[in-house]
Design a protein around this ligand. Structure first.
Ligand code: NOJ
Ligand code: CA
Length: 551
């Protein structure tokens, strides 16, 4: 296979320019600020920034309601600043992917304003209309409890328009060739300005048949067309799909020969990983890894812990979901949309460093590409007084200066966390930089090790039987090199015994210490893991660290 697939051994870092760094004191982060902090990201070792929506927007859904696809929202800077930023990143070996939010626009987009102005307007068919309220208007809401319906009457034209998300996000009619041509133009525009690909928002809805009385059938060929266009314009650009779907449809999104999406977020593993953290039982996690094993050789999973949305637990059984709620979101105010938790990881784990290390060590060692979220490298917290998902979207905590060093302004668009155990005087980058044992320095070391183990990004994995549900043992192999990782999800110390079944598998070298382990005469290893401990071993002995074979 082509060895150039950069996304296979990448470390992604997701951030919103508006909450990263403010340079002009207006309380909103900007591209100038992000550029100032690029060296921090380079130092951390990340290789790709996933930049959340920054185009012109009324910001009723944090920019996921775009009103001009061809501009930078003035609060963040200009197109010139953006282009400088991608250049800055590239010079430091960091790639940039951006959100492509084309399932819907803002209701303030000129296309929608034109569409609603008359049934004969030029953009009328760019959206999805119905003269009468469709019978299923009360079904299929993505934000239940907040969103009332999926069809809303437009007072201007008197007809109903379809919106899978909030009512200010009218769905684009993606079956209309003119709409698809415009989407390609949007992609082409940002590619010219230096982006390395797109995180495609709400993919199952983009490709779904839309309209009153229509069955929601997915048109997967749309993905092949977008991919073909992308690759023609830029050979090494990638598409990362947000598609929280059942494993049986994964291959449809990747395409049987990898001709659709390069990457997909692994929601299946994400949810079962949280169940393992909550219950100490790794069996459903192992199952979810097996269920998402198949993908084309060029395809790749994007793994994550917490993202910018709620922790969606919709794919768990009722009993599993209740176990996660009980452990990590027992109070109503911590929950959202009847299916998830809106907290950040560190508060869910009560700031317990051992468990945070367990969770991140697992993230870095899972088959696929890790996707971090800004501030998690510090163990940042959340502010549950903020509404819905904003709770986990507070400004980056740089230092113990006012406003966490994020801004010199008086009024911030989103307040910094200044109370409790995760307040910025306690949790900030400056303080952690000086502490060898900090989460920040630990994360940097983990990223370094992750990059030194390309097996994890490229290889095939095997779940090793340890005879204990509390421990997940994964052995990942690529080009005759293997890494074995052990994660103890239980609060007990556990001794496991296992064999790797190969001659080389008799010798294990701990990648984070000088510990060496030899199997007994029968080829069996015995390892004791402290509560919530993790271990990474290179299989085959020291030679395989120093002289990792390249083929
Ligand atoms: C998914 C995004 O992750 C979420 O934040 C957003 O609200 C919806 N798509 C609508 O664009
Ligand atoms: Ca600013």
């Amino acid at each position: 296979m082509i060895g150039d697939l950069w996304y296979k051994n990448a470390v992604f870092y997701c951030l919103h320019v508006g909450t990263f760094m403010d340079t002009n004191g207006d309380g909103v982060g900007d591209f100038a600020g992000l550029m100032q902090r690029i060296d921090y990201l380079a130092g951390l070792g990340i290789t790709c920034i996933w930049l959340m929506p920054f185009q012109t927007s009324p910001h009723r859904d944090d920019g996921y309601d775009v009103s001009d696809y061809y501009n930078v929202d003035p609060r963040y800077g200009t197109l010139g600043d953006f282009t400088e930023f991608t250049r800055y990143a590239r010079q430091r070996g960091i790639r940039v992917i951006i959100d492509l939010v084309v399932n819907h626009t803002s209701d303030q987009h000129p296309w929608f304003k034109d569409a609603r102005s008359s049934t004969r307007s030029r953009h009328r068919d760019w959206y999805v209309w119905s003269k009468k309220k469709p019978a299923d208007a009360d079904e299929g809401m993505v934000f239940p409890g907040v969103q009332k319906s999926t069809w809303t009457r437009d007072a201007v034209s008197g007809e109903y328009y379809f919106h899978r998300f909030y009512d200010f996000q009218p769905d684009l009619a993606t079956s209309n060739p003119d709409v698809m041509a415009e989407i390609r133009k949007v992609m082409g525009f940002w590619l010219e300005l230096g982006v390395d690909g797109f995180r495609m928002d709400a993919v199952p809805f983009v490709i779904s048949g839309k309209g009153a009385g229509q069955r929601h059938v997915e048109h997967y060929d749309v993905l092949r067309d977008l991919r073909a266009f992308l690759q023609w314009r830029r050979g090494d650009a990638v598409l990362l799909a947000e598609a929280n779907v059942l494993p049986k449809t994964d291959m449809q999104y990747f395409g049987a020969s990898g001709e659709r999406m390069h990457m997909m977020f692994n929601f299946q593993v994400n949810q079962h990983l949280f169940y393992a953290l909550a219950s100490g039982d790794t069996r459903p996690l192992a199952k979810s890894l097996a269920a998402t094993r198949s993908k084309p050789p060029t395809g790749q999973w994007g793994n994550f812990l917490r993202n910018h949305d709620e922790l969606d637990l919709g794919r768990l059984t009722e009993a599993q979901r209740q176990a996660v709620f009980a452990a990590f979101g027992p109070e109503k105010r911590m929950q959202l949309y009847d299916r998830g938790i809106r907290r950040r990881l560190a508060p869910m784990l009560r700031g317990d460093r051992r468990r945070m290390a367990l969770a991140y060590s697992l993230l870095f060692s899972l088959p696929g590409t890790p996707v971090l979220r800004y501030g998690d490298e510090l163990g940042m917290g959340d502010d549950l007084r903020l509404k819905e998902r904003t709770a986990a979207r507070t400004p980056m905590q740089w230092s113990d200066e006012p406003n966490a060093g994020f801004s010199t302004g008086e009024a911030l668009a989103v307040p910094v966390i200044d109370e409790g155990p995760f307040a910025y005087p306690l949790v900030n980058a400056a303080r952690q930089r000086g502490d060898t044992d900090s989460m920040l320095n630990w994360t940097e070391r983990m990223i370094r090790m992750r990059k030194e183990c390309p097996e994890l990004g490229w290889g095939d994995f095997e779940v090793i039987d340890t005879g204990n549900r509390g421990v997940l043992a994964l052995c990942t192999t690529w080009k005759n090199n293997s890494v074995l990782t052990l994660h103890n999800f239980s609060g007990d110390s556990i001794t496991i015994r296992f064999t790797l079944g190969t001659e080389r598998g008799r010798h294990l070298v701990n990648l984070f210490s000088s510990e060496r382990i030899e199997a007994d005469a029968r080829g069996r290893h015995e390892v004791t893991l402290e509560p919530h401990a993790y271990r990474w071993f290179r299989v085959g002995g020291l030679d395989y660290i120093l002289h990792r074979r390249l083929s």
